[in-house]
Design a protein around this ligand. Sequence first.
Ligand SMILES: Cc1ncc(COP(=O)(O)O)c(C=O)c1O
Length: 403
Amino acid sequence: MKKKSPLDWQSLGASTRALHSGIHRSEQRENSLALFLTSSYIFESAEQARAVFADEEEGNIYSRFTNPTVAAFEEKIADLEGGEKAVATASGMAAIATVFLSLLSSGDHLVISRSVFGSTTNMANTLLARMGVSVTRVPLSDLEAWKKAIRKETRLFFAETPANPTLELVDIQALAQLAAEHGILLVLDNVFCTPCLQLPLALGAHMTVHSATKYLDGHGRVLGGAVVGQRELLMKHIFPFLRNAGPTLSPFNAWVLCKGLETLPLRMEKHCDNAEKVAQGLASHPKLQGRVRYPGLPNYSQRAIADKQMRRYGGIVCLELENRQQAHRFIDSLRLATITANLGDTRTLVTHPATTTHGKLPPQDRIDAGITEGLVRLSIGLENFEDILADLLEAVELALNLE
Ligand SMILES: Cc1ncc(COP(=O)(O)O)c(C=O)c1O
């Protein structure tokens, strides 16, 4: 048969690429992605082993370094995010720890947003402090504060936008410009948006990190993470850390994540459809005036930034209730949404960040991050939106009518 000409990959849409990228078939001609459950690889001879170890010949050595199923996940997420390369990790925190530990040395300075995931703040406060890295925490959206924090030792800016759980945003392009002007690396946690909704690398970020545990898997099954960016930067700094320290993604989890990524664009559209309708439905309730946070609401304080850099507004909606008692009563009144610390699942999930995901933060850090005792985070799932909204409104009635 005549050889077919290759597809023009860049002209293909995100859904097509999510399905077709990263697939390198074995000699078995399998249709679905193969799962390579092997810890090491064999060599034809001692000489070949030497040559592969010496980087004179390409090839897999050991699955702490590379694995074909993990490589398929890396290729897919790099392609979707517009990065040249991705390095997969065992979890989102493993990705963040890899970034910190491979980019920062004793004497360096990190500027980090106040509103980042609880464990990220804890890592900056404890591990990095112990390593002799100084840390300045700044309000996420306050570009003047980022600028003022810069010192000659500043090596890294780290932020999450939208932030978990407050949904606060930063103008990525402006922050990237500030970083570039001072020779600082900018790393952004893109968990809430995924590459389907926001492409920080195209806006000037040097790397993105992901908790693949969230939307990339999308079904609440496995932990995983990734660092995505320029090949040279990743191969120089990130990959050597993974190879030597070993926070590697398992091939089985990579296989599950590849299956998740195949439907990511489809799922993100539905998460956004549902979240937009739920946010509007809640915002029009008389008892919730000014209490619903969602970047897509017309009166959201940072709506202009959302429109500038997000394709749609995501699947997370927050409620700002009176206090912990009211928040807990609301959560306990839900019948459909489940109480759990995860997000980005097919099903609607509810979390009280102040006492769970961000519960171990020093109280002042929590206040600085804008996480009040009344804040409730809703990860809107793929159910019929009428059913989600009915469940939430019923809980509002039960929780807010007692006052
Ligand atoms: C924004 C964000 N970054 C990182 C993480 C950490 O990811 P993982 O739980 O996969 O380690 C989370 C987890 O909730 C998160 O929400």
